[in-house]
Write a new protein. Structure first.
Length: 478
């Protein structure tokens, strides 16, 4: 069995700007020191602009994950860490085992809903025209399938959505005239459209239950990021729809949507911020995490502070990026963020609370597909997801079971990279909500240069570890 070394040997060339001399610097450090210490602070302050560009790639960086390397591919075409297993639950066009329901095409966004009898329901959208909608699997307390059925039909291109705090599934239509539909999950039903949540290419939605607000993503190249405040929460039939405006320092303000009952693609608020291909979204511990596939970023909205930052940036990391094609996401009970790839190596990738980015699941032979709908069973030990188009055009829904972490010892990792200049809107003016206090930015001079250098060391450390792991290989034999 090949193992990753817990230490990284690093060779840097540091320029002495006063003498014009370049000297080698040899370092041997452990991963945690690399990721979280300030040991390199003084040494890296003299490095040039290209280094800083990579160092500020974002807070989360490549590294070995908490579950170890992926094992050899199994009989289901799945690679998982040691101690985990996979099984296929449903395949498009085939009857779900033990039921009369043929699993729907192009399974997409999903969520899990615990039931009073100890069972749970996994919902799954169908991203196809005209029929669209969503289906559901009901699993008993032992995790075995006991039923399957439709919960929405006759809609269009249902991509993702989100679970409500009261146990319904919101299913979004991803086309310019798309709506959100609220669905009962416990039996065959038909969802209710929610036009107050806006008319646009809906991707996903998440709830801030404590504040009575919803956040929504839009999957177009000129998409926006939305907030909906119901008039009488939790009634979602009326309320205020707003779009985000982000300043250069990350401060967020909200502007009323223009003609919210009309398609937003033709009613853009020009001062609002453009997000290229909004995808998955999740609210956790007063932060909203969301992805944009067009620029391969994971974002972190600090809700109390009303400030946006970048948590992960694949383009800035470059060829070492372990996560590309960012799509659906879910935060586990332990505070780990699981993000599905639409592209890349077709992996489910984890971002841990200490900012390590590493693969947890990989599909083999599904090259023309994407991973969709990650969601955990109520006990946190089973992870559900789909390959939308499988190996032959038919979608496949999987379960991966094993010793997933379920105890939260820290909040999920927070974004620290400032908003890129290309993303920020002009300086904010008055809005429907007041921005919170400014978050501290890393200065470039003075004593706090040590802080900036520490962030650089963390970034470089993650890259070095990731390169070492790639050189040794991702697969080990049991």
């Amino acid at each position: 069995r090949r193992r990753r070394s817990p230490e990284v040997h690093l060779s840097l060339t540091v320029a002495d700007q006063s003498e014009g001399i370049a000297e080698p610097l040899e370092l041997l450090v452990d991963r945690r020191t690399f990721l979280r210490s300030t040991a390199l602070a003084v040494g890296v302050t003299a490095l040039g602009p290209s280094f800083w560009g990579r160092a500020y790639a974002a807070t989360a960086q490549p590294g070995p994950g908490p579950y170890g390397p992926l094992q050899a591919v199994d009989a289901n075409g799945v690679m998982v860490p040691k101690g985990f297993t996979s099984r296929i639950l449903a395949t498009t066009g085939d009857l779900v085992p033990g039921t009369t329901y043929p699993w729907h095409p192009a399974p997409d966004g999903g969520a899990v809903f615990p039931q009073p009898d100890g069972s749970w329901v996994y919902t799954s959208n169908s991203e196809v025209p005209a029929v669209g909608g969503a289906g559901a699997l009901r699993l008993g307390p032992d995790g075995e399938i006991v039923d399957a059925y439709r919960i929405l039909t006759g809609t269009n291109q249902n991509c993702a959505g989100g679970p409500s705090p009261w146990g319904t599934w919101l299913s979004g239509e991803e086309y310019p005239n798309g709506l959100m539909h609220e669905c009962t999950v416990t039996g065959t039903s038909q969802g209710t459209p929610l036009p107050a949540l806006g008319t646009f290419a809906h991707e996903a939605v998440t709830f801030d239950d404590g504040r009575g607000q919803l956040y929504l993503t839009e999957d177009t190249t000129d998409g926006r990021f939305y907030r909906f405040t119901p008039t009488a929460y939790p009634d979602l039939t009326a309320g205020l729809l707003e779009v985000m405006k982000v300043a250069a320092d990350g401060a967020v303000t909200w502007l009323p949507a223009l003609n919210p009952d009309q398609p937003q693609s033709a009613n853009r608020v020009e001062e609002s911020t453009v997000f290229d291909g909004g995808e998955g979204i999740w609210f956790d511990s007063d932060h909203v995490y969301f992805t944009t596939k067009g620029d391969n970023r994971v974002w972190d909205l600090d809700v109390p502070a009303q400030r946006l930052s970048v948590l992960y940036d694949a383009v800035a990391i470059g060829e070492d990026a372990p996560l590309t094609g960012v799509d659906n996401l879910v935060v586990s009970r332990s505070g780990d963020i699981f993000i599905a790839e639409d592209g890349g190596n077709l992996e489910l990738v984890i971002i841990t609370p200490d900012g390590v980015v590493a693969p947890v699941v990989r599909l083999v032979g599904h090259d023309a597909s994407e991973i969709t709908g990650p969601a955990f069973s109520p006990d946190g030990q089973r992870l559900y997801f789909s390959s939308q188009r499988g190996t032959d055009g038919r979608g496949v829904t999987f379960e991966v079971a094993g010793p997933f972490r379920v105890t939260r010892t820290a909040d999920p990792v927070r974004g620290e990279q400032p908003v890129p200049a290309a993303t920020a809107s002009p300086a904010p003016t008055s809005s429907a909500s007041e921005p919170g206090p400014a978050a501290q930015q890393l200065p470039a001079t003075g004593a706090s240069t040590v802080l900036a250098a520490s962030a650089a060391a963390a970034a470089l450390g993650g890259l070095a570890v990731h390169r070492a792991s790639r050189a040794e290989g991702d697969v080990v034999s049991g």
